[in-house]
Design a protein around this ligand. Structure first.
Ligand code: TTP
Ligand code: MG
Length: 419
């Protein structure tokens, strides 16, 4: 074998992307088989008297009526009335109506866990990116000749043992594999071998490329760039001058170049940051100021990770080493930096007059990849869930992500309960 050119290693990898079809709806059908084949909407806010809420997902039969994820529930009900309402309303057609079910995260998590076990049984390296989606590096487990049978084996096993349907894409890199898993949904299985990548990507609309939102898509279309093929044929430096580094990424992805490695890092259970004072301070204003900086950093990290949070908390360490944690749970998952700051300030007010040696901010109860819905969720009130003041702090999962800002700190060890 000849010497490799730098960057060509990615050609040698085999990456699979698995994404369950209409996942929450498929879960509902597991415990209510009568819903199979029916238009089914999973969401909130559709009961009489409710007006606020969004569609989490819709079965493919419901999508045929124009119902889709993140749509306002009122709009979904217009396109697809509830069966039980249609049955008593002579102006509505029962045949053109559907079933609505509320979101039950705990159940979907348990189904997701079963799927994960199967994925891990088929690949040494699995990166879970959301409740129904994961990348697998299967370079060691299969070859291009066998990739289709290999992926079908995973698909069949998920369907047989869990009862939900996965669409799977296989390609030499993550971004192409993701597009491949989406290409023939539902029940899709698409293998794109290295030499077929450019041809496969050419007709893909620019908005289907990772990192292209509606605004970028419009800008590209204004320039006559409508597909990945057009993008791949554009001038790299022109894209860079228009979009900065992101332009370079877009150009690469459109050409099927993506050197990201599938890493098995799981999803963090929480995101937190903390900061110590060189000398314990009794000035609540100073503590608040520090905490708000941490709050901004944590909210920003959540946005970068596409994470929504249901719980916002603080940690306050008072001399000698008492760790006090307070947290507030929200009615639904949000991505709202301003709210984080407000809740942090409210929780801190209790420590008026206390000397503080360290302060921390944490968001937890995370949900990934559903940011579009956050804006539709009303935030109406909150309840306190954690009110500990022992030196044990809160428990957290092994995957919690946190960082300690020791720049001005005392560098004290063993105060890591927040991590
Ligand atoms: P997706 O994989 O994006 O959607 P899906 O599985 O319902 O449908 P398909 O993959 O066949 O296109 O998201 C997985 C789950 O995440 C989805 O079932 C419900 C939830 N979700 C939301 O709650 N809000 C959203 O806006 C989106 C997109 C998903
Ligand atoms: Mg899905």
């Amino acid at each position: 074998m000849g010497a490799r050119l730098p960057g060509v290693e990615s050609e040698d990898r085999i990456v699979a992307h698995a994404d369950m079809d209409c996942f929450y709806a498929s879960c509902e059908r597991l415990r209510e088989p009568a819903l199979r084949g029916e238009p089914l909407v999973v969401g909130m806010g559709y009961e009489p008297g409710e007006t606020v809420g969004a569609v989490a997902t819709a079965s493919y039969e419901a999508r045929a009526f124009g119902v889709e994820s993140a749509q306002a529930i009122t709009e979904a009900l217009e396109r697809l009335p509830r069966k039980r309402v249609a049955a008593t309303d002579p102006d509505l057609d029962v045949e053109a109506a559907g079933f609505y079910r509320p979101v039950d995260m705990a159940f979907y998590e348990s189904v997701s866990e079963e799927v994960r076990e199967i994925l891990h049984a088929h690949a040494g390296t699995v990166r879970e990116v959301s409740i129904d989606e994961a990348y697998l590096d299967v370079t060691e487990e299969t070859t291009w000749d066998e990739a289709e049978d290999f992926a079908r084996g995973i698909k069949d096993r998920i369907e047989r043992e869990v009862g939900v349907v996965a669409s799977i894409g296989v390609a030499p890199n993550m971004s192409t594999a993701k597009i491949a898993s989406d290409a023939e949904k539902p029940d899709g299985l698409v293998v794109v071998e290295p030499e077929a990548v450019r041809e496969f990507l050419a007709p893909v609309p620019v908005e289907d490329l990772h990192g292209v939102g509606p605004v970028t898509a419009r800008t590209l279309r204004d320039r006559g760039i409508e597909t990945a093929g057009h993008l791949a044929g554009a001038e790299r430096h022109a894209l860079v001058s228009e979009f900065g580094e992101r332009g370079a990424d877009l150009y690469d992805r459109a050409r099927g170049v993506d050197d990201r490695v599938v890493t098995p890092k799981g999803r963090p259970k929480s995101l937190s940051r903390e900061s110590a004072f060189a000398d314990p301070t009794g000035d609540l204003g100073a503590v608040e100021e520090r905490a708000l900086t941490l709050a901004a950093a944590v909210s920003e990290r959540a946005i970068r990770k596409d994470a929504l949070y249901r719980t916002i908390g603080i940690k306050v360490v008072t001399p000698p080493f008492d760790v006090n944690t307070r947290a507030r749970s929200l009615p639904g998952p949000v991505d709202d930096p301003e709210l984080v700051g407000r809740v942090v300030r409210e929780l801190l007010s209790e420590f008026e007059g206390e000397r503080v040696r360290k302060v921390g901010v944490r968001v937890s109860n995370l949900e990934f990849g559903s940011a579009a819905q956050a804006s539709l969720d009303g935030w109406a009130g909150s309840e306190d869930v954690v009110d500990g003041s022992s030196s044990e702090g809160e428990e957290d999962g092994p995957e919690a992500e946190s960082s300690t800002d020791r720049a001005e700190g005392s560098g004290q060890a063993s105060l890591s309960q927040f991590e």
